[in-house]
Design a protein around this ligand. Structure first.
Ligand SMILES: Nc1ncnc2c1ncn2[C@@H]1O[C@H](COP(=O)(O)OP(=O)(O)OP(=O)(O)O)[C@@H](O)[C@H]1O
Ligand SMILES: [Mg+2]
Length: 439
């Protein structure tokens, strides 16, 4: 950064413009300001800038249009989005359009300096992989369907920034796998990836596990202990099943994200922490927000980039490559020959709805590899997986997901003589989940 670095700042609020202008001048930079998109476009056509900083919500023409214009007409101009939190949803879209960083208002002069430094020190070459070439896998994620391509492209957008990421997907769709792919594909892959299952840690413990504690801060705290936040410093903290956190822990999380610092239990001083936070859930968080069970402000903070993993039944094109992949993987593990699959078997895989998603498929193939040595024919396929032509009409009927799930669970249960353990295993869910679903 130097004083030749020219920056165009666009915001409809004159107060904001003046504030940012002053912060930039203090950083020794050379800002030009505009309070509307039309003037900004004119400026961009006349002058070469090193960076564009723009608001999103503006009357008449919004920041998104400006970013689109830049993506199409201006080469190599990085964009920093500044936005209030109600419009973070659109921030996700503009990241896809090519914005490189975002700041949520209000921000400090340090936040601004940090974001600008980040952007200007890293202008990625247009990488080949961003060109629409079909990838059959991405950092361990198997799948070449269009839906997965979209997912890979969005993941790539997160490579060199620390925007928080919320991953949503049904059970067994690969949320944890995707979180790992984000980390190991990022510029911070050499730093730790720490995964925490918020649903598995008792609520009284979660706080000290996350933020650490000092000796004697509570009964049982026999020594100082760093928390997961400290452990993930420089890397990624993956908070799985985030919906299972209490409002008290949510408040602490919010503070940690906002202030970028954490305070261990019993400590008086806080520590600066630099981590990317990825959260995952298989429930609709927005619904929990509506019910008052999840803090809205935290939800927006966590949901800057939203990664939706489609269920397997919505990307049937990936089934065969997953079968091939797991066949290879498990036969290698067991030093066996790969299995062959009869055409009809593959057909029935393609027609089956896989309510337990990739995990169900993985478990199923593993069982086949363990149990069999040669070709898999329809004899080895359980009835519930076979599509029944007699039920064709019913199958064509449009069912709600809930209804479809209910029918499948009933079918699977029946085929296992109501043995819940076996049914749960076949569905790729645990018994507890099955019991809940049965209720
Ligand atoms: N696209 C994929 N390619 C290869 N393996 C996959 C893929 N998706 C999922 N898997 C595998 O399926 C299993 C389940 O994945 P994972 O644990 O990431 O799912 P999840 O969405 O976190 O499930 P849950 O909601 O139950 O926690 C894992 O063994 C994972 O490696
Ligand atoms: Mg998981």
């Amino acid at each position: 950064m130097n004083k030749d670095t020219s920056i165009l700042v666009v915001d409809d609020s004159h107060d904001m413009l003046e504030l940012v202008r002053r912060q930039l001048v203090n950083l020794g930079l050379n800002p030009v300001v505009s309070d509307n998109v039309m003037d900004a476009i004119e400026l961009l056509e006349q002058t070469t800038f090193d960076l564009l900083i723009t608001d999103l919500n503006m009357p008449k023409i919004g920041g998104e249009q400006l970013i689109k214009f830049v993506a199409e007409h201006v080469q190599n101009l990085p964009v920093l989005v500044i936005t209030g939190y109600p419009s973070i949803d659109s921030a996700i879209n503009v990241m896809k359009l090519g914005a490189m960083e975002y700041l949520i208002k209000p921000f400090t002069a340090e936040d601004l300096a940090y974001a600008i430094e980040n952007i200007l020190s890293d202008i990625p070459e247009p990488s080949e992989s961003l060109v629409n070439e079909n990838r059959s896998s991405y950092h361990g994620i198997i799948g070449a369907s269009d839906k997965m391509q979209e997912l890979y492209t969005t993941i790539e957008r997160t490579r060199s920034n620390r925007a928080t990421i919320l991953i949503n997907g049904e059970s067994g769709t690969g949320k944890e796998l995707v979180a790992r792919a984000v980390h190991y594909g990022s510029d911070f892959s050499a730093a730790p990836f720490i995964s925490v299952n918020c649903g598995a840690i008792p609520e009284q413990l979660l706080e000290s596990e996350l933020f650490g504690h000092l000796k004697g801060s509570f009964t049982g705290a026999i020594s100082n202990r760093a928390g997961f936040f400290q452990a993930a410093h420089g890397g990624t903290l993956f908070l799985d099943e985030i919906s299972n956190t209490s409002l008290a822990v949510q408040a602490k999380l919010l503070r940690a994200i906002q202030e970028k610092e954490v305070t261990a239990l019993g400590a008086t001083k806080s520590q600066k922490i630099d981590v990317r936070i990825i959260t995952a859930t298989n429930v609709n968080l927005q619904e929990l927000v509506r019910q008052g069970k999840f803090r809205e402000d935290l939800y927006y903070r966590l949901n800057v980039i939203f990664l939706e993993i489609p269920p397997l039944r919505d990307r049937k094109g990936d089934i065969v490559s997953l079968v091939r992949y797991f066949n290879q993987k498990f036969s290698k593990e067991l030093s066996k020959n790969k299995l062959k699959f009869h055409r009809n078997v593959i057909n029935s895989f393609n027609n089956y709805a896989w309510p337990g998603n990739v995990r169900e498929l993985e478990n199923f193939i593993q069982r086949l590899v363990v149990m069999h040595d040669d070709e898999i024919t329809m004899v080895e396929i359980p009835d519930y997986m076979k599509s029944k032509p007699a039920q064709k009409e019913e199958d064509d009927e449009v069912l709600s997901l809930k209804e479809m799930e209910r029918k499948y669970i009933q079918k699977v249960l029946l085929s296992f003589d109501n043995n819940k353990s076996k049914a749960a295993q076949a569905l790729g869910i645990d018994r507890k989940t099955l019991r809940e679903k049965l209720k």
